[in-house]
Design a protein around this ligand. Structure first.
Ligand code: A2P
Length: 306
C-alpha cells in the first residue's frame, strides 16, 4: 500500500463529476497512487473514469499501479448484501478488483435503507460474525485483495478478531495531532493491523471537520520554525507514527505540497511538543449514533475511547 493516499470523501460543493474526475487525474499526475473512496461518497464513478483516462493518456500503464480502497455502507452491512454491494462498487469504479474493502462503520441500517437519509429507527446492531464472514468471501472470490474495518474501537476490532478466519488488514480512523489514537494504535500494532489515518488535517469541509488542526498554535510554531507548512507538519508527524495517511485536497498546489513530506523529519523536541497537545476527538459519529440503535452515545460507539 502506498503509505500516502488521496481522500475522496468530499469535494467542493457544486462541482460536477467531471470536475471531480479532473481532480483525480491531476492527483495521478502529481504521483498519488493510492485512492480512498466509499460507496457513500459518490466518488467511485468519477474515480473509475479518471483511472480509465489515466491509462489511455499514458499517465499509468495499468490499473495495477494503483491501490484502490472502497467501503461497505451501513445499509449493505448484512451478510447477504456484502458481495453484491462490492460488485456494485466495482461496476462504478470499472474495476475487476479492489485492493482494500472496508466496513465503513460498526453499525447496520435496516435492509433496503439507502444513503445517509434515514429514520433514526433504521439503525440496527451489526451481526459482526455474518458481515465479516461475507467480507472474507469477497477476498476469497478475488473481488478484493484485502479487507478491513473503519471507525472501529479496540473492543469492536477484538469482536471481529474473535470470529475472523482472515483478520482485518486495516482499521481506518480519524487521526491527527489533536486526536492521536495512541491506545488504538498500540492495540492495532499488537494485532498486526495497520492503522490508516483519515482527516489528518482535521477534515475541514466534511460535516464533522473543523479548522482546529489547521489553526493549532503549537503546530503553527513548529511549521514556522521548520520552513514547512502546518499541513506538512501534520502529515510528516503521522508518517513518523508508522500509519497510512489519507489526505484530501482538490487544490493543485496543496495536492503537490502534501506529497512533499518524505525527505525531512521532525526533531525529538518537535515530536514532544506535538505529544503534549490536548486531545479531543473531532468525528463523534453523529451519523451512526441513534437513541433507537445499538449505540446511543459517543461513549457507547467508541467504547469509552473519547
Ligand atoms: P483544499 O481541498 O481546498 O486544499 P483532511 O485531509 O484532514 O480531510 O483535510 C481536508 C481539508 O484540508 C480540505 O478542506 C482541504 O482543502 C484542506 N487542505 C488540504 N491540504 C491542505 C494544505 N496543504 N494546506 C491547507 N489546507 C489543506
Amino acid at each position: 500500500m502506498p503509505i500516502l493516499g488521496f481522500g475522496t470523501a468530499s469535494y467542493p460543493l457544486g462541482e460536477t463529476n467531471s470536475d471531480t474526475k479532473l481532480a483525480f487525474l491531476q492527483a495521478i499526475k502529481h504521483g498519488y497512487r493510492h485512492f480512498d473512496t466509499a460507496s457513500i461518497y459518490g466518488t467511485e464513478q468519477p474515480l473509475g473514469e479518471a483511472i480509465v483516462e489515466a491509462i489511455s493518456v499514458g499517465l499509468i500503464k495499468s490499473r495495477d499501479e494503483l491501490f484502490i480502497t472502497s467501503k461497505l455502507w451501513c445499509g449493505d452491512a448484512h451478510g447477504d448484501l456484502v458481495v453484491p454491494a462490492l460488485r456494485r462498487s466495482l461496476e462504478n469504479l470499472k474495476l475487476d478488483y479492489l485492493d482494500l474493502y472496508l466496513i465503513h462503520g460498526p453499525v447496520s441500517f435496516k435492509k433496503g435503507v439507502e444513503g445517509y437519509l434515514r429514520d433514526e429507527k433504521d439503525h440496527v446492531a451489526m451481526d459482526f460474525g455474518a458481515v465479516w464472514a461475507a467480507m472474507e468471501d469477497c477476498q476469497r472470490l478475488g473481488l478484493t485483495k484485502s479487507i478491513g474495518v473503519s471507525n472501529f474501537s479496540c473492543k469492536k476490532v477484538a469482536d471481529i478478531l474473535a470470529t475472523a478466519k482472515i483478520p482485518p488488514a486495516v482499521n481506518q480512523v480519524e487521526m491527527n495531532p489533536l486526536w492521536q489514537q495512541k491506545k488504538l494504535r498500540e492495540f492495532c500494532n499488537a494485532n498486526g493491523i495497520l492503522l490508516s489515518a483519515f482527516s489528518p488535517l482535521g477534515g475541514k469541509g466534511t460535516s464533522w471537520g473543523t479548522d482546529r488542526v489547521l489553526e493549532c498554535e503549537v503546530l503553527k510554531e513548529i511549521a514556522k520554525a521548520k520552513g514547512k507548512t502546518l499541513a506538512q507538519v501534520c502529515l510528516r508527524w503521522a508518517y513518523e507514527q508508522g500509519v497510512s495517511i489519507i489526505v484530501k485536497s482538490f487544490n493543485n498546489e496543496r495536492m503537490k505540497q502534501n506529497l512533499e513530506i518524505f525527505d525531512w523529519s521532525l526533531s525529538e523536541d518537535e515530536v514532544n511538543k506535538i505529544n503534549e497537545i490536548p486531545q479531543r476527538r473531532g468525528y463523534q459519529g453523529e451519523n451512526i449514533i441513534s437513541k433507537y440503535g445499538p449505540f446511543k452515545t459517543p461513549e457507547e460507539l467508541w467504547d469509552g475511547e473519547i
